[in-house]
Structure formats: C-alpha cells, structure tokens
Design a protein around this ligand. Structure first.
Ligand SMILES: [Zn+2]
Ligand SMILES: [Zn+2]
Length: 649
C-alpha cells in the first residue's frame, strides 16, 4: 500500500510553487529587483526561447539576410530543420517586444500541411506553461492583468524610470470598478495597498494561453474573442455594469501570454479587424465599455492556398500590411526529414518493428525530391538533394558559393511549399506494415512499393504530379530506387570486403612495398623468385587509377602517402590502408572489382559447398547484422543484390 504512496510523494518533489500574495507596494520591490517579470508578452516569449541557448550554424549554410542564423535549442528534438522560419519568428518577437511598427502586426505562419506550424505554436504554449519567470496579476482580475496598471498615468514616468520598465495599458472595467469602490478616498486611489497574486500560465485553466479555431463562417461571432453580456446577471446589475459582462473571450483569456489562431484566414472579417486593432494598439473593444488593454502574442497559421487567395483578393488590401507572414516550408534536407519520421515512429504503434538500414532515408529522399524545384545549376534533382544534405560524392565537388546560390534560388522560389507531406510517408509505412501479417521488419524495398501504392489512396495529387512523382520514385535513372540499388550494392560489397579483409591487407602491403621502392629509386625483392626487379608499375597504377590519381600526379601521390604513414607511426599506430581515405577507396574498389564475380556467385548459390566461400558468406552476413540489419532484412538485401548482379552480367 505504501509503495505507490511513496512514488507519488517522490514525484511531487521539486514541483512545489510558492504562491505569493501581497500589496502592490511589495510588488514594486519585486519589479525593482527583476524588471523582467513585467515584460510584454512577446518579450517574455523571446526570453523564454533565448534562455535555452542556441548552437552556431555553419557559415556555408546561411543565405542572404540570415547572417545571424543559429539553431535554437528550445526547439531541439521537436522541430527538425525550419531554421529560417524559427529565425524569422525570433526576429519578429524582438520587434514586437519593443512595440516597433514591424512588431505591431499579426504573426502568421504560412505553409503546407504538417510542415510544423501548429507544432511551433504548441511548443510556445507549452514553453510558457513551463517557464519559471515569475508573473503577477491584480487579485481577482478576470483577465489577470499587470499590477503596474494601477499606477496613475501622471505618476508613471517616474516609476518607469525608477523601476527600469515600460508601463503600458489601463485597468480593465472590473478592476476599475473594484478600486473605485474599495481603494479610493477623497478622489485619491490608494493603489499601493491593492492585493497582487502570483500567476502561473495554463491553457487548461484558461490563464494567459488561448486557442481559437474558426467555426462555420456564418455563425462566427466576435463574442468568442471579446466576451459577452451575461443575461442572467443583467437583471441584478444592469447592462452597463461590468459585473454583468463576462470577460472570458479567447483574447481576454490570452492576456499576458499567447493566442493561437488556427486557420486565421477562414475567420470572419469582423474577427480579423478585432485582431488587427489588438496587434496594432494592444486594445480590444467590448460593447458598452471603454477599450480594454490586452497584451498577447497572436500566432496565426494558414495553408498556402488560403494565403494566396487572401493576397490576391482586393477586398483584403487594407489587411495585407497588417500581417507578418513567415513561410514554414517542408524540409528539403534528407537528414532533417529522417528525424521527423523517427519521431513519428517512436510515438506510434510500430516502434517495436525493425526498420532496416536505409529505409527511412529512402522515404525521406523521395519526400525531399518531390519538394525540390528545378535548377540549371545542377544536373538533376538527386544531385541537388545531396548538396542540400551536405553530401559530397565523386561526381560533384561544389564550393561554398555554389551551394549558397543554389539554396538562395530555392528559397526565393518558395522551395518546400509543395510536394509530398510527411503524413503521406507515414501512411506508406502503415501500408508496408499492413501488407503482411506478423511483420517484424520493414525494408527499403517495402517502403518504395508502399509509397507507390499510396498514390492510389491519396486524394489531391493531380495525375500530372503523380506521374512526375512516380518517375522520381521508380525511374531507371536519377530516382530513389536507382539510388537505393547503388547504396545496397555498396553495402553488400562492403560486407563481403570485410570477409576479404586479409586480401585487402595483402594488396595494401604489396602496394606499399612497391611505392617505397619507387620513391627511394630502389628495386623490389620478389619473395618467390628471390630476385630484384623494378617496382610493379601496373599494380600501383591499377589502384591509383581507381582513386583517381592522374598519371602526371602519381609521384606526388606516392610521396604523400609517406606523410600519412609518418603521422600514424608518430601516434604509435601501425599504418593501415584505412588510415588514408583515398588509398582506402582505391584498395577497396580494386578488390571489389576483382571480387564482383565472387560476390555474385556466392549470392546466386545459397547452397555453396566450398567451405571457404561458405565461411565468407557467413562472415558477410554477420557484418550486416552488426551494421543494424536483422536476419530478415539481411537475407532480403543479399537476395536483392544477387538478383541485381545477375541482371548486370
Ligand atoms: Zn483587471
Ligand atoms: Zn530487419
């Protein structure tokens, strides 16, 4: 019985929050000590994010206007990619915290479905709830307003200077009536005695955090935002008494924090104007009452179609420059996209299923490819995809400037705003898993097929796009499946290479013996004949040509190897062919060429009788298991490549 009780009390440890209550006079000292507690809502949110710190970004990654781009840790593990949008949001918050003209607009995130718009809004809300920066309110105020509002206007400039803060806003009707009746003598407001309480923001408790989602446009009513008359109380108080009014509209709830406006552009124009005057002047107007001061960050979002029609509608012109749109596109970096799937999978039913190596990558590559725009700067989209992902292959070695201009072009043309959504990919995973009962593993071939099949269950993709997407997925060349075939081949070759490690070493030692003699202008001792001969130029070149080292550069290359050898020896290590990348590539590829038929043969014949060959196959299989394959997907990979190699012969 006591066990659970102990757990419960230990869970509570460290979670206590001391409630505070005291007169404004004491509150003034708190402000003096830490002016941050009276920050405007956007400033509070800005500080909340900055408190977590940030990581620096590689210079080569920054495009025009983003010289100060960083990666905010606040979003770590929740938002992947989206560095520029998050940077734009922080820039907006800074402006809004200072109440500059730029910041006096409605922040609106524009992007395709599941690009992370609502996740961003949700993270800001949860962040505010967890934030430990103190916050206080006038006791009993329905909109939990800032206690400094009690300071009479004429005295504010003194207190602003004294406390080092900015005081903005007037009392709400309820507080006004309350202090008039209880704290005013001979026309003097004894504001220093009015009780103040500590405040914890909570969406659940409707304190400082609100969400508004538009209902049917015909039934939308401003009262949802600004509150309404409570008919049952009118009889008692009369209809001009604030006590007969319910200040519980979503904007009043969100005072001091944030309001998320879902699908803002679907809201009625009347509601939009309420929001605009709020963003512009920090006030809302409830009928029969003076303007009411509200300090909240409006975070709106919408999809691009909706935004485009809003932009092109002349009727909306007056509203256009009241909005601060920030584009939140889908990822165009494969590695970031993979992280999204990993997160989605961890949160889903199939987290116990084995996901074969390269499976998520194949899916992410497809998603990214569909989002890329054509560019004359690259030969195809696969190349662009790899450049974006920071991969370099032998086929292209771009310098930083080329990469920058490529990214700039993509950014300017709205790359990532159309294509395939992460949702589509996760649906494909469901298809792949549903295809077989008792499935314990998904592999890249499964997911390629499932993505293809998912087009039949997807509305909203035109036939033209579908054809284009299928080409990117299954085409013979420059497609996801062609890429995968190459990767899989390399993977199998590498596995066999480990099985042939002794041969790689022999080849390397032979090469080293020959170049040593070559560089020292000596002869080589042939261990079999016992005779001295010239270094074996054919052998040396057979490796160097693969790297490739042009014949004019061979002397330099051979001499260069000794530098690497010396540095390995200096560190007390034996110099191996793995220590120097180009040489490693050369040796492995040379061996691979010699081995190709062996690999092909041992894959084709599963009933190999030669014990040596059998052992090597087993060794290769074990290598695959070590690299993250399970027995099921390792076998599938080997037979897939066996088939590919047979076709190539
Ligand atoms: Zn109030
Ligand atoms: Zn597996």
């Amino acid at each position: 019985m006591n066990k659970f009780l102990n757990i419960i009390s230990s869970q509570r440890e460290g979670r206590e929050i001391k409630d505070w209550e005291g007169p404004v006079l004491e509150y003034l000292y708190k402000v003096k000590e830490n002016p941050e507690i009276t920050n405007f809502a956007p400033g509070r949110i800005y500080n909340m994010i900055m408190k977590y710190g940030f990581d620096l970004i590689d210079e080569g990654f920054k495009i025009k206007g983003y010289d100060d781009l960083v990666k905010y840790k606040f979003f770590d593990g929740k938002i992947f990619g989206a560095l520029e949008p998050l940077h734009d949001i922080l820039r907006f918050l800074k402006a809004a915290a200072r109440r500059t003209e730029t910041g006096k607009r409605i922040l609106i995130l524009v992007g395709p479905v599941s690009s992370g718009k609502s996740t961003i809004a949700a993270l800001l809300k949860r962040g505010l709830e967890a934030d430990n920066t103190e916050k206080y309110a006038i006791k009993g105020c329905p909109i939990h307003e800032e206690p400094l509002h009690l300071i009479p206007l004429v005295d504010r400039s003194y207190w602003e200077k004294e406390l080092g803060v900015k005081i903005e806003g007037t009392l709400c009707p309820i507080c006004q009536q309350f202090v008039d009746e209880n704290y005013t003598e001979n026309g003097i407001l004894k504001w220093e005695n009015i009780p103040v309480v500590s405040l914890k923001l909570s969406e659940q408790k409707r304190i400082g955090i609100g969400t508004f989602s538009p209902s049917d446009p015909k039934s939308q009513d401003v009262t949802e935002l600004i509150g309404r008359v409570n008919m049952s109380k009118v009889a008692r108080w009369g209809d001009t008494d604030p006590r007969a009014f319910q200040f519980d509209g979503e904007l009043q709830v969100a005072n001091g924090g944030l309001i998320e406006m879902i699908e803002l552009l679907k809201t009625d124009i009347k509601l939009k104007y309420v929001l605009i005057s709020l963003a512009q002047e920090q006030v809302i107007k409830s009928p029969g009452f003076p303007q009411m001061y509200i300090d909240t960050l409006i975070v709106a979002h919408t999809n691009e179609t909706e935004f485009d029609s809003f932009k092109s509608d002349k009727k909306n012109e007056a509203l256009h420059d009241r909005m601060y749109p920030i584009r939140v596109p889908w990822n165009v970096r494969v590695d970031d996209e993979i992280k999204i799937y990993e997160k989605m999978i961890n949160e889903s039913d199939f987290r116990d299923i084995h996901i074969a190596p390269h499976t998520l990558k194949v899916a992410a590559q497809f998603a990214v490819l569909t989002r890329l725009i054509d560019s004359t700067k690259v030969s195809n989209k696969i190349e662009k995809m790899k450049i974006y992902n920071g991969e370099t292959t032998e086929d292209f070695k771009k310098d930083e400037l080329d990469i920058k201009s490529l990214r700039q072009e993509g950014f300017d043309k709205g790359e990532g705003m159309s294509g395939i959504s992460p949702r589509f990919i996760i649906n494909a995973f469901n298809i792949a898993l549903g295809a077989k009962e008792e499935k314990k593993c998904v592999n890249p071939i499964d997911i390629i097929r499932a993505m293809r099949d998912n087009f039949n269950h997807h509305i909203g993709i035109s036939d033209e796009d579908k054809e284009r997407f299928l080409g990117l997925l299954m085409g013979d060349k420059d497609s996801v499946s062609a890429e995968y075939k190459e990767t899989a081949k390399k993977e199998v070759n590498m596995a066999f290479l480990y099985a042939y490690d002794d041969q790689a070493r022999t080849l390397f030692e032979n090469y080293m013996k020959n170049i040593t003699a070559f560089c020292e202008k000596k002869k080589v001792l042939d261990s079999i004949t016992g005779e001295y001969t010239d270094p074996d130029e054919k052998l040396m070149r057979s490796i160097e040509e693969i790297i490739p080292v042009p014949s004019g550069a061979k002397n330099e290359f051979r001499n260069g190897i000794f530098v690497h050898k010396a540095s390995a020896l200096e560190k007390g290590r034996k110099f191996s062919y793995r220590d120097y990348a180009p040489l490693r590539v050369g040796i492995e590829k040379k061996l691979m060429g010699d081995l190709k038929s062996v690999v092909s043969l041992s894959l084709a014949d599963t009933t190999i009788t030669d014990p040596k060959a059998k052992k090597r196959r087993e060794k290769a299989f074990k290598t695959l298991l070590k690299k993250g394959y399970c027995e099921e997907c390792a076998n599938i990979l080997l037979s897939f490549i066996g088939e590919v190699l047979r076709k190539e012969e």
